[in-house]
Design a protein around this ligand. Structure first.
Ligand code: MN
Length: 263
């Protein structure tokens, strides 16, 4: 089994090192191709209008790695387009220092790397740590890495794992012994608390900055946020098909095709 590890925070971030070490315990081969700078909240990207560079580097523990100026989703595409010649069986992305739940998923570079994997027919796992908002200093990624290792190990033993499987994993912050277990969840509701900060540059021209407090969420049972807030590791199977099926039915019921398109 060959695992490609990437992230959205940058190749030298400790979350990627922890995830690499976890992946190495369950795979024969682990390749790292990750961004050379932070792409958090940069979303699902395909870089088409500038060249992409890839440089050889190594992680803190000496593990060889590739660093690119492309986005997390570019990393997966670069690998699949031939930069990494060996077949990749699974893409794992993370460990992001903050949770990626609910509406975060299309913003998240961590999650969109896993989404890119699904486009190429490779299962993808995004792993994020629900580090407390007030937290500062070095985070302990070991419990989340162990949770990720267990999930990856389980996935790799499944002979009929769907090729477009994407698991969005969010791990509570704290020791493994304090976690209540794994919960299969659905996406919950994020509550963003963004504020527009308007300032002036030294030449008197206004500029704008999206600031405000960290997002919170609705603590609904069965959801990612609900699981995290009650101490469970949240595992949400997600897909790229964003079709709003209830809305489709709603439009059909109101005769959308006959009434809008034909008249
Ligand atoms: Mn990030």
């Amino acid at each position: 089994m060959h695992i490609l590890v990437t992230n959205d925070d940058g190749v030298y971030e400790p979350g990627l090192l922890a995830l690499t070490q976890a992946a190495r315990q369950v795979a024969d081969k682990v390749t790292i191709l990750a961004p050379d700078h932070n792409w958090s909240a940069a979303g699902h990207v395909k870089t088409l209008h500038r060249p992409l560079r890839i440089n050889q580097t190594e992680l803190e523990d000496g593990t060889p790695a590739w660093a690119t100026d492309g986005a997390p989703s570019d990393c997966v595409a670069l690998a699949q387009l031939g930069f990494i010649p060996e077949k990749i069986d699974l893409v794992v992305s993370g460990i992001n220092p903050n949770a990626n739940i609910g509406h975060d998923v299309t913003y998240s570079g961590t999650v969109t790397a896993a989404m890119e994997a699904a486009i190429w027919g490779i299962p993808g796992v995004a792993v994020s740590l629900n580090r407390p908002e007030e937290f500062s200093g070095a985070a302990d990624y070991q419990p989340a890495a162990e949770a990720a290792r267990r999930i990856i190990a389980w996935l790799l033993t499944q002979p009929d794992l769907p090729k477009d499987a994407i698991l969005n994993v969010n791990v509570p912050y704290g020791p493994l012994s304090k976690m209540k277990g794994f919960r299969m969840t659905r996406q919950g509701m994020r509550i963003y608390r963004d504020e527009l900060i308007r300032r002036e540059d030294p030449r008197g021209k206004p500029y704008f900055w999206i600031g405000g407090q960290a997002p919170i969420g609705v603590e609904e049972p069965g959801t990612d946020y609900g699981a995290l807030s009650t101490g469970f590791v949240s595992v949400t199977p997600i897909q790229l098909d964003l079709t709003h099926r209830a809305m489709k039915t709603w439009m059909e019921e109101r005769g959308f095709q006959e009434k809008v398109l034909i008249t």
